[in-house]
Write a protein that binds this ligand. Structure first.
Ligand code: PHE
Length: 365
């Protein structure tokens, strides 16, 4: 992996050599957008909570969790790719920024807090475009039933509850379909898709809590269901919010538009001009071995912050003689709330060029 400056601690938890959290990511931890009144994520959170009136609600659990809670206790195989440094933010060897709110299932089941909802921020290393951001929000739900309840009855209750949730969000006429899915901690597992804006949209993942998990929290022979839904994706279509960075904007022209309890359409402020800049470089063979595009995206975010709208790899090839890999990325610099000057984007690009050289040891072309 590549060296970079990391914070000394994240929410009070000390970092170590395994930390891959940049200052820009750390600055997103604990913003709690889902608790800001009049914020679309908070409006959506209230709507979901209203659908599960008898559930205990946990909306302020810290996002720094153990590797055990995020992966092991949810029966993720030791080799599962989502555990890798290129997919997950590690605070230290044994601690991560939760990649999903399912990270709280084990503890809350053990302490018998069910039925419960968990709403909070989750973090994943990912690409950069209008619908992906390193931090987003999820809502988890879990309900247990007495021993002797059949799997069929649990699945039926799960499906009816979630169809009711979708109708309350998308309208009574919402067209839905169930798709088989796989999660290590549910069996059977499903996804619910909604037909919206002319296409099928994945809306949530769910299933019957895996029997091994139920055993491990000493709740055997009870049985139950769980679901997890991403708030941004739903909010983007329901409120017609075109860019995921807007959720993080402090621009009053954004926040002013929304009102608690109401799903209203976002009135976009004018779209600011895009500024495309390309960067290409050679990766020596030793660098290729440890390279992940996500490391590059991270550097873009740490330099340009939310001024980077998208990053796309537009070309790559291997030199037939030297074995060096050439990569070319196209960055679209475009703020959600202002026009960037040539000088601003030029300076960002220069800083990016020098940083990739010093951080990764690549050769600019
Ligand atoms: N945690 C899963 C995800 O992030 C969603 C999920 C939650 C699936 C609960 C099943 C049960 O994709």
């Amino acid at each position: 992996s590549f060296s970079s400056t990391v914070p000394k601690s994240v929410l009070g938890v000390p970092t170590d050599h395994a930390c891959n959290i940049s200052e820009s990511v750390a600055s997103r931890v604990g913003r709690n957008l889902h608790l800001l009144s009049n914020h679309p994520l908070s409006i959506l959170r209230s709507k979901v909570e209203a659908c599960f009136p008898d559930f205990n609600v946990f909306s302020n659990l810290p996002p720094v969790v153990s590797v055990q809670d995020n992966f092991d206790r949810l029966l993720f195989p030791k080799t599962h790719i989502s555990r890798s440094q290129s997919d997950t933010y590690y605070v230290n060897e044994n601690t991560v920024l939760r990649t999903h709110t399912s990270a709280h299932q084990y503890q809350l089941l053990s302490s018998r807090k069910d039925p419960f909802l968990v709403i909070g921020d989750v973090f994943r290393r990912d690409e950069i475009d209008q619908t992906h951001y390193m931090a987003f929000h999820q809502c988890e739900g879990l309900r247990m039933f007495p021993a002797g309840t059949s799997v069929d009855n649990v699945v039926n209750d799960l499906k009816t509850s979630l169809e009711r949730l979708c109708r309350s969000l998308f309208g009574m006429a919402a067209e839905m379909r169930w798709v088989d899915a796989y999660f290590p901690f549910t069996d059977p597992s499903f996804e619910l898709e909604v037909f919206y804006g002319g296409k099928w949209m994945e809306c949530l993942g769910c299933g019957v809590v895996h029997r091994d998990l139920v055993k491990n929290v000493s709740r055997h022979p009870e049985i139950g269901w769980a679901f997890g839904l991403g708030l941004e994706r739903l909010a983007m279509v329901l409120f017609e919010i075109p860019d995921i960075r807007l959720f993080w904007s402090n621009d009053s022209r954004f926040l002013k538009q929304f009102e608690e309890g109401k799903i209203s359409k976002f009135q976009p402020f004018s779209k600011y001009p895009a500024c495309y800049k390309d960067i290409s470089f050679w990766l020596p063979q030793d660098v290729q071995k440890v390279w992940s595009d996500n490391d590059f995206f991270e550097v873009v975010r740490s330099i340009a912050g939310d001024l980077a709208e998208s990053v796309v790899c537009i070309d790559q090839f291997t030199h037939p003689m030297t074995g060096q890999l050439s990569k070319c990325f196209r960055i679209n610099y475009c703020a959600v709330d202002k026009t960037l000057t040539n000088q601003e984007t030029g300076e960002l690009q220069e800083k990016l060029r020098s940083t990739v050289v010093s951080r990764f040891g690549v050769a600019l072309r």
